[in-house]
Design a protein around this ligand. Structure first.
Ligand code: ARG
Length: 701
């Protein structure tokens, strides 16, 4: 017997499965045998007494899980951190454990109210005492980790649990003597696995299979070279024997019904303090502010969800709820992340939602210099569609050329500071690029509630309308198009060949002719099919009037390409009177610029199709500039391309028969985009009808 090691246990006098707070307990209410539980517990107790001293805490009625003393708290030297149970079912145990710890001379620290931490179930010392592994995700909050670091003066390594069957760290993770580690890697997220691999050399990591994980092989009590556990496969026992560990199995099936086994039933109360080890918190915290219609617009939920989903935790420090319908709310949220890396990723997502760092915080965002043309320094801030500002010399500077997926370049010019979005490929050696997340903010317009309601009616938020509502949306869009035309605004249309196949060609041609379109974006195909229809009356060989295939018609489109190639360009073919109608014809006739971006599947291509995609992108971007509305007609490829180049504030209408495309494009998190799931030919015909109604004199039928 090693008298220097002590464990705390609690006899199962009142043990039972009374409620369900983990997946193991499901279906097991009152299904465990008290008698067998007592017998199994006794066996474990005697086994441990061969190796250590076992102290007992008095079992109490009404708290059946008190047998799991691992959850009493976390103990090191004479310091204890009392558990704060996540579930109210177990909170009744707290005073009993507190009393025991105090009676036995421990200084007991208590976490702030509502900050859960479940003791040694979620916090395991490296057996050499070099650091503390702490779990979070189900029972313990990440925010409790800095307290552990401070009170125990030890480095805390936070591990995020992902599988609810392994809801406590000690169900899937067991540090062993001499730096070995027994664990079940799939129970952790990728970041935690990387952390484990960085700290524990490969030769010392014993990763177990699911088969062993579900018999709680990791829920083991390790004393020197002995491991006491419920059950392990032969393979695992052999693996452990190879590295010098002896496994003692002792059945604990009755306790498995409550989701616990050997380790859960014990608390090691002799954990030595290492003199040379000190706190260093990898856990980072930051405070951000959010303003706006936080509840109405769902912003606060989005923010808090993204923090938790991203592996962090939060504390809402202040929330002031706007009292009137029009008033905005504001919140201050403390964000905690297990590492700097995770913090940066959380912060950049929060910035995209409009969260602000506290005002006085930073005077300059961090800039790094480009050393290779077309390549940014790592860690550059990736832009969104929202208006963005960066902090330079204690001033907020507005970023020019806002678009998605760019880097921000900052420079000093004779006229002052300049910040602009630059694609990676356009970066020049010497450019100064914003990196990290310091001193960046995005501006989300806070529409008042009234405004949003009416806009939602007209533009249906970011929603996707059903067939029944198509006509309604068309009315609104027609109105919008007329307004823009009358005010000399700019409408850009991006369109795919489906427009022609569904009979929408003549309607789109009408829109161009009547001055509703100021630029056309597409690919090779829409132009080919448009001209095919104009010259031969077919679209991909199908007669557009009768809807049947024309003999030999499948070659029509190639003949068309050939003809246009002969004339050198679409415009020239129009001038020569070869093309006499259609969308492209109208564009040429009315001087409406168009850009056709090539792709791998293009036939021909037409001389007008830009096969250099970088040039095509630049061309698209140029034509989009200053647009008031973009009408995206059935081309996922071109529409998504356009979406990426377009800043927030430009209205977008996306029409496609495929709801997935519409959802993708209308999900710009704002009221400015509307999706219409319908046949594009039908949509265009309704639109033209509606525009005619709006413009022709009112007549009684
Ligand atoms: N029924 C208990 C609970 O869900 C089991 C606790 C197991 N303890 C442990 N350290 N894993 O809380």
């Amino acid at each position: 017997m090693t008298s220097s090691i002590r464990f705390l246990m609690c006899a199962p006098d009142h043990y039972d499965v009374d409620y369900v707070i983990n997946p193991w307990m499901e279906g097991n209410i009152h299904k465990s045998s008290r008698e067998r539980a007592v017998e199994q517990w006794q066996q474990l107790f005697h086994l441990l007494k061969d190796h250590a001293i076992v102290d007992l805490v008095q079992p109490e009625k009404g708290v059946p899980d008190m047998v799991f003393t691992a959850n009493a708290g976390l103990v090191q030297g004479k310091t204890a951190v009392l558990s704060r149970f996540f579930h109210k079912e177990r909170q009744g145990e707290e005073p009993f454990f507190k009393a025991w710890l105090e009676e036995h001379g421990f200084t007991v620290h208590e976490l702030p109210k509502d900050l859960p931490f479940e003791g040694a179930g979620d916090a395991l010392f490296d057996r050499e005492g070099r650091w503390l592994w702490a779990g979070y995700g189900f029972r313990s909050e990440l925010d409790s980790h800095p307290y552990l670091a401070r009170w125990l003066d030890i480095e805390v390594l936070s591990l995020r649990l992902m599988d609810e069957r392994f809801y406590h760290l000690d169900t899937c993770f067991c540090p062993l003597a001499d730096g070995y580690l027994l664990y079940y890697p799939p129970a952790f997220d990728a970041y935690s696995n990387r952390l484990i691999e960085m700290r524990v050399p490969e030769a010392k990591r014993i990763a177990i299979a699911e088969e062993d994980a579900v018999t709680f092989a990791c829920n083991a009590v390790n004393i020197d070279r002995t491991i006491v556990l419920n059950k392990a496969s032969d393979k695992l026992k052999q693996r452990l024997a190879e590295v010098g560990f002896r496994v003692l199995e002792t059945p604990l099936t009755e306790f498995l019904k409550a989701g616990g086994a050997a380790k859960c039933l014990t608390l090691r109360v002799t954990e030595p303090v290492q003199a040379n080890v000190h706190a260093s918190a990898t856990v980072e915290s930051r405070v951000v502010r959010m303003d706006g219609h936080l509840l109405d617009a769902g912003l606060i939920n989005q923010a808090l969800d993204l923090i938790v989903d991203g592996g962090g935790s939060f504390q809402v420090l202040n929330f002031s709820l706007g009292e009137q319908r029009q008033s905005t709310s504001s919140a201050e949220v403390k964000v905690t992340a297990p590492s700097h890396e995770v913090m940066e990723s959380l912060m950049s997502q929060l910035i995209d939602l409009g969260a602000l760092p506290p005002p006085e915080d930073v005077c300059d965002s961090i800039l790094e210099t480009v050393t290779q043309a077309g390549v940014s320094p790592d860690d550059f801030y990736v832009t969104t569609i929202y208006p963005t500002q960066v902090r330079v010399q204690c001033e907020w500077v507005k970023v020019r050329g806002q678009r998605m997926d760019a880097a921000i370049v900052v420079r000093e010019t004779p006229h002052g500071l300049d910040a602009y979005c630059s694609l990676l490929r356009d970066l020049q050696v010497g450019d100064r690029v914003v990196v990290g997340v310091e001193g960046i903010r995005t501006i989300r317009k806070t529409e008042s509630r009234e405004q949003r309601n009416t806009q939602e009616f007209s533009f249906m938020g970011a929603g996707v309308s059903s067939e029944r509502r198509v006509e309604l949306v068309v009315e609104q869009i027609a109105w919008e198009l007329r307004q823009i035309r009358d005010q000399g605004g700019k409408v850009v249309v991006s369109a795919g060949p489906v427009v022609i196949h569904t009979g929408g060609g003549e309607h789109l041609a009408h829109l161009v002719r009547e001055g509703y379109v100021q630029a056309l974006l597409g690919g090779n195909a829409i132009a080919v099919h448009d001209i095919e229809q104009s010259m031969m009356g077919t679209s991909l060989g199908v007669d557009m009037k009768r809807g049947v295939s024309v003999r030999g018609g499948h070659r029509h489109h190639l003949k068309v390409i050939n003809t246009i190639r002969r004339y050198g360009s679409i415009a020239k073919a129009v001038e020569q009177g070869v093309v006499t109608s259609g969308i492209l014809y109208e564009c040429v006739k009315h001087n409406i610029p168009f850009s056709l971006a090539g792709s791998i599947r293009d036939d021909g291509p037409l001389p007008d199709t830009q096969m250099d995609l970088i040039k095509a992108q630049t061309d698209y971007a140029r034509l989009i500039e200053g647009a008031d509305l973009i009408l995206m007609l059935s081309s996922m490829l071109h529409s998504i391309g356009v979406g990426n180049m377009t800043p927030a504030g430009v209205k977008m209408v996306c029409v496609d028969i495929n709801p997935a495309v519409v959802t993708k494009l209308s999900d710009r998190g704002s009221v400015e985009s509307v999706g219409v799931v319908t046949d594009v030919g039908l949509f265009l015909s309704l639109l033209v009808q509606q525009l005619n109604k709006l413009t022709s004199p009112y007549r009684v039928a």
